[in-house]
Design a protein around this ligand. Structure first.
Ligand code: GUN
Length: 299
């Protein structure tokens, strides 16, 4: 039986609708307009298209939003003083520095200079720690999007065997931290396999998964015979595997979709699965940051 597709765009649209109501209420009841600045250094076409999409969504939700474009030659010192300005700006609740940064800038130094309560990427070590101990206001956007897809499409993962493939700081590690929390939408038994796990063990663990979350960075890595009948499969991979006839990039996930869909009960497609959720979770984080700054929520 073919799996049900988890359509990220539909779930994202539903969450944005909920957020719009929350934003309208924040404005009407508390006189707060969530504020987001996205800082782009240089003109990398991929980064330009990401920040444009982030700003478009922020506008649609009625945020106070600023696109701050800086020349690729900006010094680290000037970038740090720009962050200091936004850290102090009461109208800005969320700060995002689009990555990658030019080589002459120390990325960690920049990310660590963001006020953790405005760090809507949740990349700052303070937020990484907060997430691990379960005391957080926001989660990194991509793993948070995976959690929303799992919960909304398939129900609460409490007590389920979750296997995460990959241990990146942006997806794999926070995904583990999220799913092990003693909280609704989590409370799962979690295993993480990675490049240090022997291949036969990776397959063995994947075969046990009720929920398999794959962020390996290898196109079509997970095969159908690694997947338990009826498993939920979340594919975080976005790999360019060539060009379509119309000149567009041809994408593949980290899961061999055509065969795995015959084993899984639910599966995210690539594109159209996890991807559309990421920007929506950034918007959610900005709303949470606005509430945090107003004392409407506490960490
Ligand atoms: N570049 C690609 N993805 C991201 C992201 O999620 N956050 C930031 N800041 N930069 C990125």
């Amino acid at each position: 039986m073919a799996a049900t597709l988890i359509k990220g765009a539909e779930v994202a649209a539903q969450i944005r609708e909920e957020l719009k109501k929350e934003v309208d209420e924040l404005k009407a009841k508390h006189n707060i307009t969530p504020g987001l600045v996205t800082i782009l250094v240089g003109e990398d076409p991929g980064s330009v298209s990401y920040v444009t999409a982030k700003q478009k969504t922020a506008h649609e939700l009625g945020f106070h939003s600023i696109q701050d474009n800086q020349d690729a030659s900006i010094s680290e010192e000037t970038l740090l003083s720009l962050l200091d300005k936004y850290n102090k700006d009461p109208q800005i609740h969320g700060i995002l520095v689009q990555l990658p940064l030019p080589k002459h800038i120390d990325t960690n130094k920049v990310l660590y200079a963001i006020n953790p309560n405005k760090d809507v990427d949740a990349f700052h070590p303070v937020n990484v720690g907060r997430i691990l101990i379960g005391q957080y206001a926001f989660l990194p956007c991509t793993p948070a999007g995976c959690q929303e897809l799992i919960v909304r499409a398939t129900g609460d993962p409490k007590g389920k065997e979750v296997v995460v493939v990959g241990r990146s700081n942006i997806v794999g590690k926070p995904m583990v931290a999220i799913m092990i929390q003693k909280l609704p939408g989590a409370n799962a038994t979690v295993t993480c396999v990675h490049t240090g796990t022997p291949k036969d063990k990776i397959i063995e663990h994947c075969k046990r998964a009720d929920i398999l979350i794959v962020a390996a960075g290898v196109p079509k890595y997970v095969q159908a015979d690694w997947v338990k009948e009826g498993a939920v499969v979340i594919d975080v991979g976005v790999n360019r595997i060539g060009m379509t006839e119309s000149g567009k990039a041809k994408l593949a996930g980290d899961v061999d979709f055509d065969t795995v869909k015959e084993k899984a009960s639910f599966i995210t497609p690539v594109p159209g699965g996890v991807g559309p959720m990421t920007i929506t979770m950034l918007m959610k984080n900005t709303v949470m940051a606005a509430k945090l700054s107003a004392g409407l929520i506490q960490i």
